[in-house]
Design a protein around this ligand. Structure first.
Ligand SMILES: [Fe+2]
Ligand SMILES: [Fe+2]
Length: 225
């Protein structure tokens, strides 16, 4: 079942990279800015986790991860800045929200980050395999290396924080379900935006042609009268 999900994810990424990103630079920029926003959000979430964790070893590991996630966000921003057509591009504002309240055990927040890290690493590997953009591939190679080590680190911290394996399993399952739903909503919105952009382009082009024909016929009528 997992390999089927992986195949579906790979085909979806291939479709986006080879069609959507090629036809619509805006779509590519939006995806990269979303990656940057996600990295920044991870920094924000981990800072909260950092203050809730008491074990110095875990705090040191989380602090290192915060620095690396912040660097990832910056690397994606750099990618936007060197991209053609990015001159007037404005990174959409993504409001940050608490994933868990302060009353919840901190391992739940780390579990969410763990799933996010794993999903990101898997998706970045697929993008690397499909993309022909050397700048993007170079950036992703460095980030994948870091994310893979974060996944192993988060997994071990989860168990060391004292949560029961059954609790962790249920929470991971719940988080995966929420993330699948959010991804579905996000993808549907993006597909709708691309369709609206294409329809507007067709309408503007058709109107331009009609106005041009009308103007020519008025000029010819005036010349003949
Ligand atoms: Fe990251
Ligand atoms: Fe990470």
């Amino acid at each position: 079942m997992t390999s089927l999900f992986n195949l579906i994810r790979y085909l979806k990424v291939k479709l986006v990279v080879n069609t959507l990103w090629r036809w619509s630079p805006k779509s590519y920029l939006r995806s990269i800015s979303l990656f940057s926003a996600t990295e920044s959000d991870t920094v924000w979430q981990l800072i909260h986790a950092f203050y809730m964790i008491e074990n110095p070893k875990h705090r040191a590991e989380i602090f290192t991860q915060i620095l690396e996630e912040d660097f990832h966000a910056k690397q994606f921003e750099d990618l936007i800045n060197i991209t053609e057509h990015a001159d007037n591009y404005k990174v959409p504002f993504e409001e940050k929200k608490f994933l868990y309240s302060k009353e919840d055990p901190v391992w739940k927040l780390l579990a969410y980050c763990y799933i996010g890290e794993k999903d990101a690493a898997d998706k970045f590997k697929d993008i690397m395999a499909c993309s022909h953009n050397p700048d993007l591939k170079r950036t992703l190679a460095k980030i994948i290396h870091d994310e893979t080590s974060h996944v192993g680190q988060a997994n071990s911290i989860l168990y060391e924080l004292g949560a029961k394996p059954s609790e962790i399993k249920i929470e991971l399952w719940r988080i995966r379900l929420i993330r699948k739903y959010e991804s579905l909503v996000r993808n549907t919105k993006r597909i709708f935006e691309v369709i609206v952009d294409a329809l507007l382009a067709i309408i503007y082009f058709t109107m331009g042609l009609l106005v041009s024909f009308k103007a020519k016929s008025i000029i010819l009528d005036r010349k003949n009268s």
